[in-house]
Design a protein around this ligand. Structure first.
Ligand code: MRU
Length: 343
């Protein structure tokens, strides 16, 4: 299994996802500020992974605190929560993990715990969030595998793999689960402009696992579907609203429309921490707009002229009507999503 994020002594180490696949470089974070920067700058990315990272960052920030009394320690903890919550707006897992850490802190404070006791409870809670994420991904894989035919050509978009989680992956968890169940699977990985998570990260993970993988540019998916080259689509999610509308990497909506036009099942795979029942529908999901340079340049090569306006919304919303089923760690949800998610 790939080491997305781990403790090394009392520091946090993560593989630098900006450098893959050209180089396998690790970044060490020694402070909560460094953890926040790593999330913002995409050293680590993927909804569940940034949630896990934020929880570990809060435990790290607490462990490094020089506060002697609970008052100052609490103020610092709250400031660290705000800092990490400001890094990226779309993936709800980030806010879910911070809330879990806040709840743990509140429980400890209510029980009258000392600063040292609070530090150790935050570390235990963060480690639990990490380990639960791997278990959730494995459960998603086990629930999703029966949806995959014995021989399947599967298209995926972005990276919802081990790198996007604490390990195993969500959409790639379904693919791994199907392979483990004996299915003969080949994967079409959309390259995923502009950050190229599909070409760089999904293909890297799957090739390492020995799973047959073909990288295509995003604009090839329709033609390949029309030729009958795709049996099903499975993608991850950054936030699933109460009615099933799903925010995921920009381009996912296009793939969903194409899948429906060609009668191909379109599955979303996500842990329960991605489901946001407090958000009524996709229109209420905040969509991150990232730096124009991700669009104008690939590495140091300029693609678009200066003077052109640039848009770079990092996510889009797939309306629930286009989703065949949502594969979660608790089982498979089918329409009507609004009733079934609530239940
Ligand atoms: O901008 P990113 O790379 O963080 O976006 C990642 C995605 O959109 C993933 O598909 C999503 O987070 C699910 S990861 C299991």
């Amino acid at each position: 299994m790939l080491p997305t994020i781990a403790w090394q002594d009392s520091d946090i180490v993560m593989i630098d996802q900006r450098k893959l696949p050209a180089a396998e470089v690790y970044v060490t974070c020694r402070s909560v500020n460094e953890v926040a920067k790593a999330i913002k700058t995409m050293v680590i990315r993927g909804a569940p992974a940034i949630g896990v990272c934020a929880a570990m960052g809060l435990a790290l920030g607490a462990a490094r605190s020089k506060a002697t009394g609970t008052k100052q320690f609490t103020t610092e903890f709250q400031r660290n929560c705000e800092l990490l919550a400001s890094t990226r707006p779309t993936a709800v897992n980030l806010f879910w993990a911070i809330e879990r850490m806040k709840q743990s802190f509140a429980d400890g404070a209510l029980a009258g715990e000392s600063v040292d006791q609070l530090k150790s409870r935050l570390r235990i809670t963060a480690d639990g969030i990490h380990d639960d994420d791997v278990a959730s991904c494995r459960a998603i894989g086990a629930h999703g595998a029966p949806l995959v035919p014995a021989e399947a050509r599967i298209l995926t978009h972005c990276n919802a793999g081990a790198l996007a989680t604490a390990g195993y992956g969500t959409a790639l968890g379904v693919i791994r689960g199907a392979v483990e169940a004996g299915c003969k699977v080949s994967v079409l990985a959309d390259e995923t402009r502009p950050f190229l998570q599909g070409a760089r990260l999904t293909a890297w993970e799957l090739v390492k696992d020995g799973i047959d993988t073909t990288v295509i540019t995003d604009n090839m998916a329709g033609a390949i579907m029309r030729q009958g080259g795709v049996d099903l689509v499975v993608v991850g999610a950054d936030r699933i609203a109460a009615n099933g509308d799903t925010a995921n990497k920009i381009g996912t909506y296009t793939v969903a429309v194409l899948a429906q036009a060609h009668g191909i099942p379109f599955y979303v795979a996500a842990p329960w921490s991605t489901i946001d029942l407090a958000t009524a529908d996709g229109d209420a999901i905040p969509i991150e707009e990232r730096d124009a340079r991700e669009v104008t340049h690939v590495g140091s090569t300029q693609l678009a002229p200066e003077g052109a306006s640039i848009r770079n919304p990092s996510f889009d919303v797939t309306p629930h009507q286009l989703i065949t089923a949502i594969i979660t760690d608790r089982g498979i949800l089918r329409p009507p999503f609004i009733e079934n998610l609530r239940a």
